[in-house]
Design a protein around this ligand. Structure first.
Ligand SMILES: [Zn+2]
Length: 410
């Protein structure tokens, strides 16, 4: 059964809100407490023991661990283990900027996580169990949540209560099981993600849909410039980052909803997307943070496709190794990075000329499904039928005037 993530607003009276915040504060204290003990152990012994046994032993010394639900405490413990694991992995790889997992700072509240137990949802009413040893004696709290009305789900598998530092609001994240729609389609589509062309999508019949990434690019550039003049992580900086995120997300919703609707119309059952390592577009992202910042809209986009797809019975594969798909000529198979000519056009000496992202998407398709949607049995390659779309706040539109690169590929 497909799982999808839902965001929900929390509506709680001030008293309940204070209790929730206090429970989150306990979770932060527990997180930091575990880190503190691990660091001290490291100083004394030169080793970090992140076994459950050792962490459980430390938990017994942390009084705040009784301030929230016992299973959630174990999930906080697992968060610490996860942080250390990825730290070890980076260290092993020899990546320079590694640092031991850091303490959660003032103003940052750890999430309260519930998996399968400790919570009850009845309509829009949520009841949460808290710790058995809270100073205020509160054992459980109850409040109302609201989320997007168009998703019907069978069961809530996971629930997290989160504090959004920027807005100062408490939010809920739900992982819900949904009944997938009947989908008798057999179609497939390959998607190449990029900056100028957000998505180049190739269907079985050789049809190509292009979603322009220009507006998202412009928004990101604009806010980045605004942010450049602000002190990093200041209040205003965070507000700006939040605005940028909201605007980009809105456009991603528009694009993904339109594309999924097209997939349904064309009987698609599976979407194949290249891994996000392929997204660089010639810019050198020195450190990992920059790379992360750069790829977040794509990670977000893939997640949107996953959950919107799940609702209509379409599976999304995002594990395809993109290596060379942008450099390979789809017609003759020559691998040459110099073939990627300016204005996003891929030109090969064999005579093949195509918009570079279309060429990439065709290669992803062939890589995954071992057949090309535009190659005949004789090996002759036909030009794909291309439809391009501009993204607007309220929907997608076909551009009136096609730019040269697109015209050349059509
Ligand atoms: Zn060629």
């Amino acid at each position: 059964m497909p799982l999808i993530a839902l965001k929900a607003q929390v509506h709680a009276d001030p008293q309940t809100e204070a209790v929730l915040k206090d429970a989150m504060f306990c979770a932060t204290k527990v997180y930091n407490g575990l880190l503190w003990h691990l660091r001290r152990e490291y100083e004394e012994t030169g080793k970090v023991d992140i076994s459950r046994k050792n962490l459980n032993r430390i938990l017994k010394e942390l009084p705040r661990a009784k301030g929230y639900y016992s299973m959630s405490v174990q999930l906080t413990r697992d968060e610490v283990r996860e942080a250390y694991r990825s730290f070890f992995a980076l260290k092993k790889k020899g990546i320079k900027q590694h640092e031991a997992p850091g303490f959660r700072r003032k103003g940052c509240l750890s999430p309260l996580k519930y998996v399968q137990s400790g919570f009850k949802i009845d309509g829009d009413r949520v009841t949460l169990s808290l710790g058995t040893g809270r100073e205020d004696g509160v054992k459980q709290v109850s409040f109302r949540i609201s989320q997007r009305p168009d998703v019907e789900y069978d069961r809530v598998r996971e629930l997290s209560i989160i504090y959004d530092k920027v807005s100062g609001r408490i939010e809920a994240r739900l992982m819900v099981e949904v009944k997938p729609c009947e989908n008798n389609g057999t179609g497939k589509v390959a998607v190449d993600l990029g900056e100028t062309i957000l998505m180049a999508c190739v269907f079985d019949d050789g049809t190509v849909l292009l979603y322009s990434g220009r507006m998202i690019k412009a928004i990101r550039r604009y806010w980045q410039k605004v942010r450049a003049n602000l002190q990093q992580n200041s209040r205003r900086w965070k507000q700006v980052a939040h605005l940028e995120k909201k605007q980009v997300e809105q456009l991603l919703h528009v694009a993904t909803s339109h594309f999924i609707a097209e997939c349904v119309r064309r009987g698609v059952k599976e979407i194949a997307i290249g891994d996000l390592n392929g997204i660089r577009e010639g810019i050198d992202y020195g450190d990992r943070l920059n790379q992360r910042l750069h790829t977040w809209p794509y990670r977000k986009l893939v997640n949107m496709l996953k959950y919107k797809g799940a609702l209509v019975g379409i599976t999304v594969r995002d594990d395809i190794d993109e290596e060379n798909t942008s450099k390979t000529c789809h017609a003759c198979g020559t691998v040459s990075s110099s073939n990627r000519k300016h204005r996003g056009l891929y030109v090969c000496s064999c005579g093949w000329k195509a918009q570079a992202d279309i060429n990439g998407a065709l290669n992803i398709y062939e890589k995954v499904y071992q057949v090309s949607p535009v190659k005949g049995s004789s090996g002759r390659v036909t030009r794909p039928a291309v439809v391009s779309f501009l993204l607007g706040w309220h929907g997608v539109a076909e551009p009136k005037r096609r730019n040269k690169a697109l015209r050349a590929s059509a």
